[in-house]
Write a protein that binds this ligand. Structure first.
Ligand code: COA
Length: 187
């Protein structure tokens, strides 16, 4: 293969990922969902345990993901390859804030897909939820890829919350990031 051919194939594959879209999850996404939910590389920094069977996934999609206030699957050509969610603060007060979460199937990592998905969320969620002023994200101290996503999407790193979350039986330090409704959107 010559240099020109390699370059044009590379460009094509980059183009493919600029078509990243978000949509609501459906029960028929279950097999694609298992691609990331059953993968320990994906779940290692997440509070949920790695999925072991399709029934667990169907139960989650039906009872948690579909009724969730704001959960979308990240898609390439309408195939679900990950998800992104915004969960309102659970207290009666402080409806001004909500927490961002995301996950992507391993084979799609490192192509800018979640950064693109987060930018789409940030550019829409403050209009959709007029009370929302602060979108926050908590990231394991060792999850450098996720921290980089938030930096690229324009979030501000505010500090480290020590021993803040229990992940797979260990209390972990979490880096806290925020994006305010008044912050500048990134290109
Ligand atoms: C974290 C995750 C969402 C990133 O998604 P992604 O689509 O691969 O992210 P992007 O390609 O948009 O950006 C990743 C950035 O992190 C960087 N990165 C990845 N691993 C890194 C590491 N170990 N150290 C430093 N930077 C790293 C990449 O180089 C890239 O930055 P760059 O564009 O400046 O080169 C994905 O890896 C994932 O689903 N992980 C498992 C689930 C998870 O951790 N979710 C977040 C919980 S808070």
């Amino acid at each position: 293969m010559d240099e020109t051919t390699r370059k044009s194939e590379g460009e094509k594959s980059e183009d493919k990922f600029t078509e990243t879209t978000l949509r609501r999850i459906e029960l028929s996404d279950v097999d694609d969902f298992m691609e990331w939910a059953a993968d320990e590389k994906v779940s290692q920094f997440c509070t949920w345990d790695t999925y072991t069977c399709k029934d667990q996934a169907l139960d989650f999609i039906k009872n948690i993901a579909i009724p969730h206030p704001w959960l979308r699957v990240i898609c390439i050509n309408n195939k679900a390859i990950g998800s992104v969610s915004v969960t309102p603060n659970s207290g009666c007060f402080d409806t001004c804030r909500a927490e961002l979460g995301y996950v992507l199937a391993y084979k799609y990592w490192g192509k800018g897909i979640v950064t693109k998905a987060v930018k789409i969320v940030v550019s829409n969620i403050f209009q959709e939820w007029s009370n929302l002023e602060r979108l926050e994200a908590l990231v394991d101290i060792d999850n450098k890829g996720s921290q980089r996503v938030l930096e690229k999407a324009g979030f501000l790193k505010e500090g480290v919350l020590r021993k803040f979350k229990n992940i797979k039986g260990r209390s972990r330090d979490e880096v806290i990031f925020s994006f305010l409704s008044t912050d500048a959107l990134q290109e």
